[in-house]
Design a protein around this ligand. Structure first.
Ligand code: UDP
Length: 402
């Protein structure tokens, strides 16, 4: 696997780390457990290297040094040729031979494509997010270079992985690639970590009130995730006097935090909002357990791990009806889907659920049953099925050319 930006070993939920890092951390050992060894190549967080880390039996992360470790995502591009060289050197020095190259996120595309060509191997691509969708769903603009790279990756890969059927449709429409070149393989959720646990005990551990209604937001506090929608929604809620919005994510000093704090003051709900910087998933467990409901007001999600983790923890989800969330959250069974990013709609759905403890309980049970189907073992099987498809297509094409 090539994941130039997106190391499986960093704490997700801050800066540029999130679902992709969790996906790599959990899918690599699951694929290895199913019998196929995995090496994940990623940019080193510190100078020197290469450094090799075991993240499970037959699953390794290999840190390669390419550019200053502190570089932000957009500054990595000029260092991609260097990353490729380091990768080729490492593989040659260890005498490694691979069967397939799986590339993650657009920044890895050129490196992965070029090493796959050099070694004569099939290549699979996972985008995780797409520039065209980000631009369409928000006011953000993405670099032209990214759009060109994504188009090239879509057409150059033997198979493109999509997390959901919705993503497959998007890939189809955006790049005109046929269904037989797209493979739907969802991610999973760690069900041994995220499972229903006692709400009051979790609240006690976190120092939360036993009687307040708690709405939880988990993720990088950036506009695309819509945390501001929740602050506005809180101001509209009938039950706001007894509701607390708990936000978990980001690191102290991140710009979006200040912006959100000001908004909370402006809307007169600052005393109803609690802020926590990103915590490791082992601690996140208590936040899900302590909450009554998790809100996911994102502008788009290609997989939506937070929604799944909350459901696995027995807490219903109120989410925007976009991307993977539209199928991940079963409206009326595991939570509510809200048509737009309208704070009033969110306020209405949250009031509705929080005002009916019986409904919350029923939806919590529905949520657990639904999330149980998303194991990492199943995700690994589906990825492996994709690898077999890619390898077969590659061999057939090679035969035709030969
Ligand atoms: N996360 C975490 N600690 C935090 C906040 C988030 O470990 O404080 C993790 C969370 O458990 C989830 C991931 O970050 O697995 C976010 O994934 P999601 O798919 O929801 O969003 P993305 O980051 O991919 O946009």
């Amino acid at each position: 696997m090539v994941s130039v930006h997106g190391c499986p070993m960093v704490t997700p939920g801050m800066r540029f780390a999130g679902g992709m890092n969790v996906y790599l951390r959990d899918i690599a050992p699951a694929i290895a457990a199913a019998g196929v060894s995995v090496d994940v190549y990623t940019r080193s967080h510190k100078a020197g290297g290469p450094e090799v880390f075991e993240i499970g039996p037959n699953a390794r992360v290999i840190h390669l040094s390419a550019g200053d470790p502190e570089l932000v995502k957009s500054e990595v591009v000029p260092h991609l040729p260097e990353f490729r060289e380091r990768m080729l050197e490492f593989v040659a020095s260890e005498g490694l031979e691979y069967d397939l190259v799986h590339s993650h996120y657009w920044l890895s595309g050129s490196v992965a494509q070029s090493v796959a060509a050099e070694w004569g191997l099939p290549g699979v691509v996972s985008f995780h997010t797409l520039a065209a969708i980000k631009e369409r769903e928000s006011s953000e603009t993405e670099p032209e270079q990214r759009k060109v790279a994504e188009e090239q990756m879509a057409h150059g890969a033997d198979l493109v992985f999509a997390f959901t059927h919705d993503e497959r449709r998007e890939l189809n429409e955006l790049f005109g690639i046929e269904d037989d070149r797209i493979h739907v393989a969802p991610g999973g959720v760690d069900l041994s970590l995220f499972r229903p646990t006692d709400k009051l005990q979790a609240r006690e551990r976190l120092g939360f009130s036993p009687t307040e209604n708690i709405v939880l937001f988990v993720g990088r506090p950036e506009p695309f995730k819509g945390p501001d929608v929740l602050i506005r929604a809180l101001a509209h809620m009938r039950g706001k006097a007894n509701t607390r919005l708990v936000l978990v994510g980001g690191s102290e000093g991140e710009h979006s935090f200040d912006w959100l704090r000001l908004l909370a003051v402006e809307f007169g709900v600052a005393d109803r909002v609690s802020w926590y910087t990103a915590v490791p998933q082992e601690q996140l467990v208590d936040f899900y357990a302590a909450a009554d409901v998790t809100a996911v007001p994102s502008f788009h999600e290609s997989f939506g791990l937070v929604a799944l983790e909350s459901m696995a923890s027995g807490r219903p989800v109120v989410a925007s009806n976009v991307g993977a969330l539209s199928t991940q959250v079963l409206d009326g069974e595991t939570g509510r889907l809200v048509a737009a990013h309208d704070p009033v709609d969110f306020a209405y759905s949250l009031d509705d659920l929080l005002g009916d403890p019986r409904l919350l309980g029923v939806m919590g049970e529905g949520a657990v049953a639904h999330a149980r189907t998303f194991t990492w073992a199943r995700a690994a099987d589906q990825a492996l099925e994709g690898y077999r498809r890619a390898a077969q297509g590659f061999a057939e094409r090679a035969q035709v050319i030969g």
